[in-house]
Design a protein around this ligand. Structure first.
Ligand SMILES: Cc1cc2nc3c(=O)[nH]c(=O)nc-3n(C[C@H](O)[C@H](O)[C@H](O)COP(=O)(O)O)c2cc1C
Length: 317
């Protein structure tokens, strides 16, 4: 497979503009290094890690790959200054920030020579991220798994809007799992794609096998964006979601939701495989997934579909 040249592959020093999303309880060093070794960009998801765990994952990732990799930092993380210190001390070169104000940490990271990419769900926040000095923007549509924008803007609408709003390269995310979907995103002006759900269904994802199998079995309509009062999140409808729905239907406020959510719902569902009581974050695209593959094979398959699509993009009679 011939390496591809555009602003994203150039910026990160990778062969293909395929980025494996940072994901709590799924993307540790094994997944990130497998994707980076295959020529994409692997991301360690630090949102579910204590600072010492993050340090260990960065160390193992450096041993497992000589290719570039990144760390995702949700900006609402309580011990964020410790994560930032670890990232700087360990010599991480690329950081993807999300869920918060990019103003706070972008300058600090950039002063250390680190590339910063911020995830947004609107063109307004894309402009703010560019003003804050970000090197690229992830435009993440409403289809995406995990935390998501309140406005419910789909990838199809968000990507061209963000491309129009900023000059830095845009990476499309949300509902992308195949090479043809990647091609569609690139036709709309994206210069790379970030895929989360597709990589949950990989051998190297640290997610529990029961969760991975639930993802493979998911049908259209099985995920929902919920807890919009608190922090909107797309997850699979299960009995935990039913409890959330009932609490919301009674008109209970944020505090009631916080109590129901507790501290370890996400870990319980996605890492420990408690399919009833846990929070099962996944995107709409789960309905297209039918097998667990090695992450490197996913990169290869998506890229081959993408290049095949480039040669024969549309059906003509
Ligand atoms: C299981 C799971 C966990 C996620 N955790 C995070 C996270 O910790 N930080 C973050 O910025 N985004 C997180 N996301 C969102 C992804 O980074 C990514 O943008 C999204 O999955 C893209 O949409 P897709 O699932 O349709 O591919 C998560 C997504 C999933 C499915």
């Amino acid at each position: 497979m011939t390496p591809f040249k555009n602003r994203i592959t150039h910026l990160f020093g990778i062969d293909y503009p395929i980025i494996q999303a940072g994901m709590i309880w799924a993307s540790g060093w094994k997944l990130a290094s497998a994707v980076s070794n295959a020529g994409g960009l692997g991301i360690i998801g630090s949102g579910s890690m204590y600072p010492d765990v993050l340090k260990e994952h960065i160390g193992k990732c450096k041993e497992a790959t000589s290719h570039p990799f990144a760390v995702n930092v949700p900006l609402l993380y309580p011990d964020i200054d410790k994560h930032i210190r670890t990232i700087i001390e360990e010599g991480v070169k690329i950081v993807f920030t999300s869920a918060g104000n990019p103003k706070t940490w972008t300058r600090v990271l950039k002063e250390e020579g680190i590339l910063v990419v911020h995830v947004v769900s609107s063109s307004k926040f894309a402009r703010k991220a560019e003003e804050a000095g970000c090197d690229a923007i992830v435009a993440e549509g409403f289809e995406a798994g995990g935390h998501n924008g309140r406005e419910e803007t789909t990838t199809m609408v968000l990507v061209p809007a963000v491309v129009n709003a900023v000059k830095v390269p845009v990476i499309a995310a949300g509902g992308i799992a195949t090479g043809r979907q990647m091609l569609a995103a690139m036709v709309m002006g994206a210069e790379g794609v970030q895929m989360g759900s597709r990589f949950v269904a990989s051998e190297e994802a640290s997610s529990h096998i029961a969760f991975k199998n639930t993802v493979l079995n998911a049908q259209e309509g099985d995920t929902v964006l919920t807890m919009k009062q608190l922090t909107p999140v797309r997850l699979i409808r299960n009995s935990f979601y039913e409890q959330v729905r009932q609490v919301e239907e009674k008109g209970a406020g944020i505090e009631a939701l916080k109590i129901l959510l507790g501290r370890s719902r996400a870990k319980k569902g996605m890492f420990e495989g408690n399919l009833d009581e846990g929070e099962l974050e996944i995107g709409q695209v789960s309905s297209l997934l039918d097998r667990i593959l090695p992450a490197g094979e996913i990169v290869k398959k998506v890229w081959q579909e993408f290049t095949g699509g480039l040669q024969n993009p549309i059906r003509i009679l």
